[in-house]
Design a protein around this ligand. Structure first.
Ligand SMILES: Cc1cc2nc3c(=O)[nH]c(=O)nc-3n(C[C@H](O)[C@H](O)[C@H](O)COP(=O)(O)O)c2cc1C
Length: 184
C-alpha cells in the first residue's frame, strides 16, 4: 500500500509529521513531496530536526520539480494522497488542474484516476476564490478537510488536536481500521 504525502506552505507543518506517523502505523509506504514554501514552514514551525525526521520516516522523498517521478503517473500503484497542510496556492493549482509541480501533478493524478485525495486546506478567513477552489476540488471528487479542532473531544493540548486531525485525514483515505478517536 503506497500513499503520497504532499506538504505545502500553509501553516500547520506539524500535521505533515503526524500524518506520516499515522500512515506508517497502517503499514503504508509513503512518497513524500514538499513544496519550496513547505520546506520553509516546516523549518519555521517544527524546526529542521523534526523536518529531517519527517523525511527519514518516509519511504521515498521526491524533489518538488521532479515531474518525472513515478507518482507523476497514474500507472504508479498509489492508493491515494493527503496534502497536509494544503496552502491556498496549491489548492488553487489543484482546482485548476495546473500540474505545475510534482505535488500538484500527483494530486491531479489522484483525481483523474478517481482515487482519494484529502486536502487539509488551511487559511482563515477565506476569500471567495478560496471557497470556489474548494468547491471545484469537491466537484472533482477530492475531499477538502480544513484542519479544525474536534472541540467536542475536549483535546488536552495542541498535540492532541494535531493527532486527531491527522488521524481523521488518514481515515478519510479508507485504507484500514479507523485511527481517529470517535465520539461516544
Ligand atoms: C510561516 C508561513 C505561514 C503561512 N501560512 C499560510 C497558510 O496558513 N495558508 C496559506 O494558504 N498560505 C500560507 N502561507 C503562504 C504560502 O506559503 C505561500 O502562498 C506559498 O506561495 C505557497 O506555495 P505552495 O503552495 O507551493 O506551498 C504561509 C507562509 C509562511 C512563510
Amino acid at each position: 500500500m503506497r500513499v503520497v504525502l504532499g506538504v505545502s506552505g500553509a501553516s500547520g507543518a506539524a500535521l505533515a509529521a503526524a500524518c506520516a506517523r499515522h500512515l506508517a502505523a497502517l503499514g503504508a509506504e509513503i512518497d513524500l513531496v514538499i513544496s519550496k514554501a513547505g520546506e520553509r514552514t516546516l523549518v519555521e514551525e517544527i524546526g529542521p530536526e523534526a523536518a529531517d525526521a519527517l523525511r527519514a520516516a518516509c519511504t521515498r522523498v521526491h524533489g518538488i520539480m521532479n515531474v518525472g517521478a513515478a507518482i507523476a503517473s497514474g500507472s504508479a500503484p498509489v492508493a491515494g494522497m493527503i496534502v497536509a497542510p494544503c496552502s491556498m496556492r496549491s489548492l488553487a493549482a489543484i482546482a485548476h488542474g495546473l500540474d505545475d509541480n510534482l505535488l500538484t501533478r500527483a494530486a491531479s493524478v489522484q483525481l483523474k484516476e478517481r482515487r482519494r485525495l484529502v486536502l487539509l486546506a488551511r487559511e482563515s478567513p477565506l476569500t471567495l476564490a478560496h471557497l470556489r477552489n474548494m468547491t471545484a476540488v469537491t466537484e472533482m471528487g477530492g475531499i477538502v478537510a480544513p484542519p479544525v479542532p474536534a472541540f467536542y473531544l475536549r483535546p488536552e493540548d495542541l498535540a492532541a488536536v494535531v493527532e486527531q486531525i491527522a488521524a481523521r485525514a488518514v481515515d478519510l483515505l479508507g485504507l484500514g481500521r479507523p485511527q481517529a478517536r470517535a465520539w461516544e
